[in-house]
Design a protein around this ligand. Sequence first.
Ligand code: NAD
Ligand code: UD1
Length: 342
Amino acid sequence: MQILVTGGAGYIGSHTLIELYKAGHTAVVVDNLSNSNPESLRRVADIIGIPEIPFYRVDIRDREGLEKVFAKHKLDACIHFAGLKAVGESVEKPWEYYENNIGGTLVLVDVMRKHGCKNIIFSSSATVYGDPAEIPITESCPKGQCTNPYGWTKSMLEQMLMDIQKADPEWNVVLLRYFNPVGAHQSGRIGENPNGIPNNLMPYITQVAVGKRKELGVFGNDYPTPDGTGVRDFIHVCDLAAAHVAALKCFTNALTHSLNNTFIYNIGTGKGYSVLDMVKAFVRVNGVEVPYSIKPRRAGDIATCYCDPSKAEAEIGWKARYGIEDMVRDSWNWQRQNPEGY
Ligand code: NAD
Ligand code: UD1
């Protein structure tokens, strides 16, 4: 298939490009570079062994810009990563988040349908479950109250895409609910490149290890978990990338258009590790120090979040292959080789 990859220069998008080409697909990338560097695409092309990845610096809210891309390329499906993703920033700037994530997706979907491209894989998040009603979380767990506008954009976009599919059964909609992506490509040439102070655990750990930050703050050690720190379902970004390739099966298998061609999958390993498990594994595997101190809980955090990923295995044959040691090794390999990012 030829796939439009929105947000393809970003962290998960760049890793997914490699998996797409490995599986024999080709891609066209659209990204406004608001949170990425085109160097990622040059390195991806190098890793794949092609001269370049077709790339357009276009904002998904720019209808004319998208029209030109669709006029030039025959696109079979879209993997839609483009969006703003900083939870704290979304609380400060809700309008910007709703406008970019929801406004952008509505323009994208409209241009897609005008060009007869009605297959979409959307980057959703475990955040749509809110404080989950069950652990491990299955896809039938009810969605919950999000604690921030970023989370609501994901929850609302899921609903919008499902409604659009119901009204026009030619659409096939895949909602992938990612748990906590970490790690980097084994080459160490591409990885997560956060702007400013990292919000998420793993980039904070790697920046402490490389000497950019003094110590990690562990947000709370009084949760009802084995060691008192938060438990999450960390997943290697290359496994996550491969899940997108597996999910393309939903489009080829959907032989008859039906009202229920919305496919929802949890994408995690099914194992929960605590904040201190991650720190300890990082120190042990990489032989580096990560000083930390216990800080108060972070507002909006939940104690435990991990999934039951068996639906994805049963239906699209996808399962995580990498474990915690691969995750901490590859995160460090990227940071060590690129202390200042791209
Ligand atoms: P990222 O910021 O690295 O990638 C997103 C890309 O989208 C960036 O390259 C950015 O420049 C681009 N972009 C943003 N707004 C755009 C617009 N209006 N037009 C065109 N391009 C635009 O983030 P990521 O970690 O790779 O995440 C990819 C997707 O997965 C996002 O939708 C994110 O919300 C979702 N997600 C990420 C995580 C995570 O932990 N990283 C977890 C759950 C879901
Ligand atoms: C966060 C977002 C979630 C988003 C996900 C994507 C919140 C409440 N949730 O998930 O919406 O989809 O990122 O990346 O922000 N921690 C520390 N010290 C740190 C950073 C984190 O102890 O410096 C702890 C947190 O308290 C948490 C765990 O590490 O227990 C994981 O945190 P993080 O990486 O930010 O992910 P989530 O909070 O699970």
